[in-house]
Design a protein around this ligand. Structure first.
Ligand code: HEC
Length: 257
């Protein structure tokens, strides 16, 4: 095979292997979620700003009653397309504990863009106590912390079912097709028409789940787009370099035969 063609194919093959999604591993007791197609998939995939804003709304109005997102700061919302004054307004709708002041007391003040999202419970024990013994995990990195995160969280939010015959649930447990062991201490958090969308998107559990998953994926990987752009530039650079090297090689060896 022509060497230049071979080098180019080799670079492509290497790139494909590096960016290929992790092979799905089968393990006992878990049902693999269906693979959704996401706007952020693939090596040129980006976040859909509209979906991120709707997803943030779902987090704010539903999930944040139980789940913290300690690693996200209000100013990070700029990436969703909000400007500085919108972010100030969003932040000032929350109170955070600050201090101690000069007298040694902690005090409440309205949140600022530099503050992290406030947590719904003061500590883990309070979170456990309020949720029948199971603390709702922080959602900042959840799509990375679970295998096949985005598809799993989407499956979880849409995967509530009646328990199969012969299975019993304790108080506060709910049967979920995709939760390992199936007995989940989170009641179905979403229902149709629960959150109002202003952009005309369907107000269904499925759409809410799709949007909040996109928001959570952004939160766990806010630099994905930048990384992919760099990857693409590197690939183009390597291809051009391969072409130049080939031309140089032909010139150098031109008189040798
Ligand atoms: C009323 C409280 C409550 C609300 C509201 C709530 N959750 Fe949960 N969530 C929980 C609890 C409690 C758990 C822990 C369940 C367990 O371990 O059995 C949990 C667990 C989870 C998990 C982790 C499952 C796992 O694999 O460990 C995810 C993901 C999750 N919730 C996402 C969400 C999202 C997204 C929303 C908003 C749409 C939401 N939750 C709303 C209480 C809540």
């Amino acid at each position: 095979m022509n060497r230049a063609v071979f080098s180019i194919l080799a670079i492509f093959a290497l790139f494909a292997v590096v960016t290929m999604p992790q092979a799905v591993q089968a393990s006992e007791g878990t049902v693999h979620p269906a693979q959704q197609s996401w706007h952020f998939d693939g090596f040129a995939g980006t976040y859909d700003r509209g979906a991120l804003q709707r997803g943030y709304k779902i987090y704010r109005e539903v999930c944040s009653a139980c789940h913290s997102m300690k690693r996200v700061h209000f100013r990070n919302l700029e990436a969703l397309g909000y400007d500085e004054s919108q972010i100030k307004t969003i932040a000032s709708g929350y109170n955070v504990i600050d201090g101690p002041n000069d007298e040694g007391d902690m005090y409440e003040r309205p949140a600022r863009p530099s503050d992290a999202f406030p947590s719904p419970f003061p500590n883990k024990n309070a979170a456990k106590f309020a949720n029948g013994g199971a603390a709702p995990p922080d959602l900042s990195l959840i799509t990375k912390a679970r295998h096949d995160g985005p598809n799993y969280v989407f499956g979880l939010l849409t995967g509530y079912e009646e328990p199969p015959h012969g299975e019993t649930l304790n108080d506060g447990q709910h049967w979920n097709k995709y939760f390992p062991g199936h007995k989940l201490a989170m009641a179905p958090p979403l229902s149709d028409d629960q959150v109002a969308y202003e952009d005309g998107m369907p107000q269904t559990v499925e759409q809410y789940a799709r949007d909040v998953v996109q928001f959570l994926t952004w939160a766990a990987d806010p630099y994905m787009e930048e990384r992919k752009r760099t990857g693409l530039k590197t690939l183009i650079f390597l291809l051009v370099l391969a072409g130049v090297m080939y031309a140089v090689k032909r010139r150098i060896w031109a008189d040798q035969h």
